[in-house]
Design a protein around this ligand. Structure first.
Ligand SMILES: [Zn+2]
Length: 340
């Protein structure tokens, strides 16, 4: 069953207000804050100081997102009534998976808006060193502090925007899979995913300025994109061949943020889908997102190899299944769209 978070709230000085918002949710008296080393300094410690005024609160640094280690980490979580994840993607993955294993409610308190995993129910974990996406648990509430989010480097927000722009090619891949009778398609979930991307593009100027409206749109668009995935029950509405390309890069430890890699992947996927890849490139450029491999120090060789490997990343049907991309063809494609 997919549920929307009961509360999605972004305000100035949310750290001070969080206790008042959480109290009526009646989650219980024992709270565990899961945070990282840096995010503890940015927000975790301050939130701890506030929440301990009314809850028996502890704070723990989440380190590993290795599935097996999290299974033993979950034992630490057992005595608490609810969890609060304070940080970026990895901390949220640790928190949501621990919440899932123990059946505890959790609250997302993001410190950056770099991709839709911040707010979705899916956990991106490492399983014996291999990256895997697991259905975990959606947050009961998303509480965001505008003062903290606007201080995060703009590069992370732009990466979040590029992850949303990738919904265009993801939905197109989904349509192709459906018409090839490979998969069930949901007009509603596809629509939610595209609405999130459209809202992000429409508020581009505000997002770059990091004003309240821009940060709020980015947060809500990421929530909507995450909800489209939760509702459908897989990452399909927001993850197609462009994500295969990004995952292939990630597996070879190529540089760049997830959303940045997905953005570049979207240019390639849209070209292969015979959609308006020039427009996609323009959107990314307007955000100041990378459109060339070298913008994020990915070598031509890595980009070529990632495109060749992309169809083999997972079994999901995408546009890549309609081509047989070897190294020579990959180079040609990447040159045509100006990625290398
Ligand atoms: Zn993504």
């Amino acid at each position: 069953m997919a549920t929307l978070p009961a509360i999605i709230d972004i305000e100035k000085n949310m750290i001070k207000k969080a206790g008042d918002i959480i109290r009526p949710m009646n989650l219980g008296n024992k709270c565990l804050i899961v945070t990282g080393v840096n995010t503890k300094k940015i927000a975790g410690q301050k939130l701890y100081n506030e929440l301990k005024k009314e809850y028996e609160t502890d704070i723990i640094i989440g380190v590993s997102n290795e599935k097996k280690e999290l299974e033993s980490f979950a034992k630490n979580v057992e005595p608490y009534n609810f969890l609060v994840g304070v940080g970026g993607g990895k901390i949220m993955d640790i928190t949501k998976y621990s919440a899932h294993l123990t059946g505890k409610p959790w609250i997302s308190f993001p410190t950056v808006l770099s991709h839709d995993g911040i707010v979705s129910s899916r956990a991106s974990l490492s399983d014996n060193g291999t990256k895997t996406s697991i259905n975990a648990k959606e947050p009961r509430a998303i509480l965001a502090d505008y003062d903290i989010l606007k201080e995060a480097p703009i590069r992370w927000m732009i990466s979040g925007a590029a992850d949303l722009i990738s919904n265009y090619s993801a939905v197109e891949d989904w349509r192709l899979a459906s018409s090839a009778e490979q998969e069930k398609y949901s007009e509603l979930c596809a629509g939610l995913s595209l609405t999130a991307a459209n809202a992000c593009v429409a508020d581009m100027k505000d997002i770059i300025r990091k004003n309240y409206n821009g940060v709020r749109t980015l947060l809500e668009a990421l929530v909507l994109s995450g909800f489209a995935m939760n509702l459908f029950g897989s990452s399909r509405p927001a993850s197609g061949s462009e994500h295969n390309f990004a995952h292939a890069l990630e597996m070879m430890n190529a540089p760049g943020l997830h959303g940045e890699q997905c953005g570049i992947g979207t240019i390639i996927s849209s070209y292969l889908q015979k959609k308006n890849w020039v427009k996609i490139k323009e959107h990314l450029k307007n955000f100041g997102a990378p459109t060339k491999a070298s913008d994020i120090k990915i070598t031509d060789e890595q980009a070529i190899e990632a495109l060749v490997q992309a169809p083999k990343i997972r079994t999901r049907y995408t546009i890549l299944d309609r081509y047989d991309i070897d190294r020579k063809m990959a180079k040609q494609i990447l040159e045509t769209v100006g990625v290398i």
